[in-house]
Design a binder for this molecule. Structure first.
Ligand code: GBH
Length: 495
């Protein structure tokens, strides 16, 4: 069943970035170390019932302490970029209502230097679903426009201390997912939803996701304007946002289903990207949501972004519900954009199902997403900021089967192949970052799902390369000097 790749390294543009990804809450652990404040995810995971296996990220894979060892593993892989996020609550335990935590500043300073020493470009997100709990408690986090000020303040500190060495900034990871899961289904913090939408009754699932996304877009914009006006000329980096991109195929050839697939893309992806790049929400959203959708004032959005970060894993079908009657059922959910989402048509899944319920192997989705975004946004530079394959960690999973992850290799090979097709059609793709570097804390699924190229033994925290790590290493160029021409100087921060 092995997949033949139609590409090799020379299929990619020069200076293409190849990396692996992580995020602070999923990797670091050390949740109280060195003056860190509590984050919304600390609070959420410590509340019984929120994480399937009752676990949390208190220790996670202890990357906070083991980072030097981990950089050695990265060097072994031969990656030239590493994507991680900074823990906001480590830098500002109480947001702008308290002091800068210099022990936190120093931690990332040392980590960034250790990456640069190995020729690995840091690709840094300012928030990957996490924020200081203080901001939730004070004013409701992303629900309040006050967050824009906090986010810009936090961003300015990161630019100031790290911008000399960080050339790729992602403001917010997956604002679409954070808004939907935190405020519609309530399965991520702050666990708000209407009773009819999920297991909570504290929120308003029909309105809040749009308010939250609006504040995220404006926060992105505030950070970006600050970077452009104060830092970019000198630091010469790039700033973007990373969206979760699910590809939608029409359920049938009918024009209604084709429109439904368009709506699905708009209500999920363009929801965030249109305002930032084009200056307004997608027309389909305005038509359907009317005044549920907040409005921008004239000078809110002007500058956009330097690149689009794309987290792409899976595809679904969209079936029209605007003109046709839709019946919900298991695996079939009706959404606010008047389409049904399903992965199954005539009993056949859109792609090979995996152990992860939302993940179907459909490499065409990669090519289609990239060409779609290329056309919609005038070929803005794009990075695949996440792509990966998860397996269940059954109590009886043998270490042998976890390490011999041929399915993951097959998945990555086929998705890279589709990425190369998009490049051949002119898509300006600048990098591919695999999710994930190590097995880690998979949010509500706790430690039950493994996405890593490296296996982690959660008792000993020992890291072991899976077949996929060896395959990736073999594929990547070794011992070739990595061009760091953008990086002006390496500053060793002393405190
Ligand atoms: C990414 O989240 C995260 O950035 C990363 O932290 C995480 O570990 C990784 O992926 C693997 O899950 O069924 O409606 O949710 C992606 C979370 C799960 C959101 C799949 C979109 C598909 C549609 N995504 N989901 S839905």
């Amino acid at each position: 069943s092995s997949f033949e790749a139609n590409y090799n390294l020379s299929s990619f543009p020069r200076n293409f970035l190849f990396g692996t990804a992580s995020s602070s809450y999923q990797f670091e652990g050390a949740y109280l170390a060195d003056g860190k404040g509590l984050s919304n995810w600390d609070t959420f995971s410590h509340t019984p019932g929120n994480i399937v296996d009752g676990s949390n990220g208190d220790i996670a894979v202890d990357h906070y302490h083991l980072y030097l060892k981990d950089v050695e593993l990265m060097e072994y892989l031969g990656i030239n970029t590493y994507r991680f996020s900074i823990s906001w609550a480590r830098i500002l335990p109480k947001g702008r209502f308290g002091n800068v935590n210099f022990a936190g500043i120093k931690h990332y300073d040392k980590f960034i230097n250790s990456l640069i020493e190995k020729g690995i470009q840091p690709f840094v997100s300012l928030t990957h679903y996490d924020m200081p709990q203080e901001l939730e408690d004070r004013y409701g986090g992303w629900l309040s426009p006050q967050i824009q000020k906090d986010f810009a303040y936090y961003a300015s500190i990161c630019f100031k201390y790290y911008g000399d060495r960080v050339k790729y900034w992602v403001t917010i990871n997956e604002p679409n997912v954070a808004a939907i899961r935190g405020y519609r289904s309530g399965i991520y913090p702050p666990a708000r939803c209407s009773a009819s939408f999920g297991n909570c009754s504290s929120g308003d699932s029909e309105r809040e996701p749009f308010i939250v996304a609006h504040n995220m877009i404006l926060s992105h914009s505030a950070a970006l304007n600050l970077y452009r006006s104060k830092y970019q000329d000198k630091q010469k980096g790039n700033i973007g946002i990373a969206i979760n991109a699910v590809w939608y195929e029409p359920f049938s050839n009918s024009s209604h289903d084709k429109l439904a697939a368009q709506r699905a893309l708009s209500f999920y992806m363009n929801w965030i990207l249109d305002p930032i790049i084009l200056g307004h929400y997608p027309k389909e959203m305005k038509d359907i949501l009317g005044c549920l959708l907040p409005e921008f004032s004239d000078d809110d959005l002007k500058n956009g972004l330097d690149f689009i970060g794309i987290n792409h894993y899976t595809s679904f079908y969209a079936k029209d519900c605007l003109h046709s009657k839709c019946v919900q059922g298991p695996g079939i959910t009706k959404t606010e954009g008047y389409y049904l989402r399903t992965a199954i048509k005539n009993n056949i899944p859109i792609g090979e199902p995996t152990a992860v319920d939302w993940l179907y192997v459909y490499p065409e989705g990669m090519e289609k997403t990239l060409t779609y975004l290329k056309n919609r946004y005038n070929n803005t530079p794009m990075f695949i900021t996440e792509n990966g394959f998860g397996v269940m960690n059954q109590p009886d999973s043998s270490i042998y089967s976890l390490l011999n992850d041929d399915k993951r290799v097959e998945y990555m090979t086929s998705y890279l192949d589709a990425l190369v097709s998009a490049i051949r059609q002119g898509a300006d793709v600048r990098g591919y970052i695999a999710w994930s570097f190590l097995d880690n804390f998979e949010w509500s699924s706790g430690y039950t799902i493994r996405f890593g190229l490296y296996h982690v033994d959660y008792k000993t925290l020992k890291r072991t390369p899976k077949s996929s790590a060896k395959w990736y290493k073999h594929f990547l160029p070794h011992n070739e000097p990595i061009s760091l021409c953008n990086i002006s100087k390496v500053v060793i921060f002393v405190n």
